[in-house]
Design a protein around this ligand. Structure first.
Ligand code: ADP
Length: 140
């Protein structure tokens, strides 16, 4: 099977605790390559598009506040079965339920502060990669 790309966001709680290096190291040790990387503050417009599937939920304003609270790091990772394997490395959304050994289980706090976003399907990865990166910002 050929290499696949997925989109990852290192969320504000990851950067606030100085865990960007640790998280990127886990991805690299698992065999993923960085194909693109940038730091950016996520605008309300971008967040409403990115989290459109949650927009009607009562805690959506909190997600917007949290995700916009500071600049984040957005990455494209490349590797075999990247979409599924990166989600496996993260663990489930709720950090309190994520097993030890997963990124969220080891470093996350709760459902909202869960360290990383990662695309949940190949179709989502394609859409999200285009949402955050121009073609000339993606390497290899
Ligand atoms: P995932 O990020 O694991 O794909 P979702 O797409 O369901 O999960 O949710 C997007 C993000 O919204 C989560 O990563 C988390 O930061 C936040 N979130 C989801 N569900 C809740 C919840 N019940 N309470 C607070 N925040 C939540």
């Amino acid at each position: 099977m050929s290499a696949e790309k997925t989109l990852v966001i290192l969320k504000p709680d990851c950067l606030n605790q100085g865990a960007a290096g640790t998280v990127i190291e886990r991805f690299e040790r698992a065999g993923f390559e960085i194909a693109a990387c940038k730091m950016m503050r996520l605008s309300t417009t971008l967040l409403r598009e990115h989290y459109a599937h949650l927009a009607k939920l009562p805690f959506f304003p909190e997600i917007e506040r949290f995700m916009g609270s500071r600049p984040v790091i957005v990455l494209i990772l490349r590797g075999e079965r990247a979409v599924d394997r990166v989600r496996e490395l993260l663990g489930p959304t709720d950090s309190t339920k994520a097993p030890k050994g997963t990124i969220r289980g080891d470093l996350g706090t709760d459902k909202m502060s869960n360290i990383c976003h990662a695309s949940d399907s190949a179709a989502a990865a394609a859409t999200e990669i285009q949402r955050f990166f121009r073609a000339d910002e993606i390497f290899g």
